[in-house]
Write a protein that binds this ligand. Structure first.
Ligand code: PGA
Length: 317
């Protein structure tokens, strides 16, 4: 049996939770924002935790937080302890058969344009659920699949992981865009080589969009003249609008009115046709909420998403 005294040396579950967020964010203020706490109360909880442990957990070098060996050990065990709590929660929710509980999704930046609309519909049917989603680029979301914290992941180029069950859903077409007044705007059947002659704005390393474009260029034996690397779809769109260059982005980034000031170009070899996948770790128990969401995602399957785009050139398969 675990004695009360041992427990007193590892702080409360809430403190462990706070420590974990600080560790992940590498910043007290970012952790405070994520936890909806004030910065002093995060620091105070960590001080109490360090007191209980009897060793310092972190120190700062300039603006950076570094974690001591004790801090790392606490983080490692905190992950396991919180996972046990979460699994207990899932089990109990299942036993109660209730529709409460939470649903956590981790989605790639491009999916953030349509996932909220899908969740919106699901949420209307299950308003008691606490739904959270995190956003990162493909590499960051793939890293999260190793952490067992999310019920679902959304990406378009899933990693090769036998524990990941994938539901294929919704097409994801990558389209060439330019400012409205670009010389190629409105022309039909533009050869890729001609498009490639214009300065290109690309996403950062680790982006799934960039990965798809690079694979496409490899297949075509083509090269682009990269002018700039920009870490956000929105910033790329604005840079294109302001005449800095052309780009290739997912059609979802242009949906719901997001294409103002832009022209979709009819490049012969485009669009690049990819798909979205909903992934989940099979080793993670399915909560009732997750089971419903999975069923819901399956019904969506290949159904086209109506997001009022209506400006893309014909799909060439
Ligand atoms: P990303 O997402 O470019 O933001 O990584 C798109 C994808 O994974 O296809």
């Amino acid at each position: 049996m675990v004695s009360h005294r041992v427990h007193a040396h590892i702080g409360t579950v809430r403190q462990l939770e706070i420590m974990l967020v600080v560790y992940e964010q590498r910043s007290i203020s970012a952790a405070a924002r994520q936890l909806y706490l004030t910065q002093p109360s995060v620091s105070m909880q960590l001080a109490k935790l360090a007191d209980a442990v009897g060793l310092p957990l972190y120190y700062s070098v300039g603006k950076q937080l570094r974690f001591t060996e004790a801090g790392q050990a606490v983080v490692e065990s905190a992950r396991e302890i919180l996972r046990c709590y979460e699994y207990l929660d899932l089990k109990l929710a299942d036993l109660r058969g209730l529709e409460t509980g939470s649903l956590q999704l981790a989605v790639v930046t491009t999916a953030k344009y349509f996932i909220p609309h899908l969740i919106g519909e699901f949420y209307q049917q299950h308003p008691q659920l606490d739904i959270r989603f995190r956003v990162g680029n493909r590499r960051q979301i793939i890293e999260r699949t190793g952490e067992d914290e999310d019920d679902f992941y959304v990406f378009s180029h899933p990693p090769d992981n036998p524990d990941l069950e994938l539901v294929e859903f919704l097409p994801n077409r990558l389209l060439a865009i330019a400012p409205e007044n670009h010389p190629l705007a409105g022309r039909r059947n533009i050869p890729l080589a001609e498009f490639a002659g214009y300065p290109f704005l690309r996403r950062e390393e680790g982006s799934g969009t960039r990965h798809a474009i690079e694979r496409f260029l490899d297949r075509q034996g083509a090269e682009l003249s990269v002018r700039m690397t920009i870490e956000s779809n929105e910033a790329i769109k604005h840079a294109v609008m302001s005449g800095l260059g052309v780009s290739i982005l997912s059609e979802h980034t242009l949906a719901f009115g997001g294409s103002a000031g832009l022209a979709v170009l009819d490049v012969q070899e485009l669009p690049i046709n990819t798909r979205w996948y909903l992934g989940r770790r099979q080793s993670r128990p399915l909560s009732p909420a997750a089971r419903r969401f999975l069923d819901y995602a399956r019904t969506l399957g290949n159904a086209p998403l109506d997001h009022g785009l209506g400006l893309s050139p014909p799909d060439k398969g």
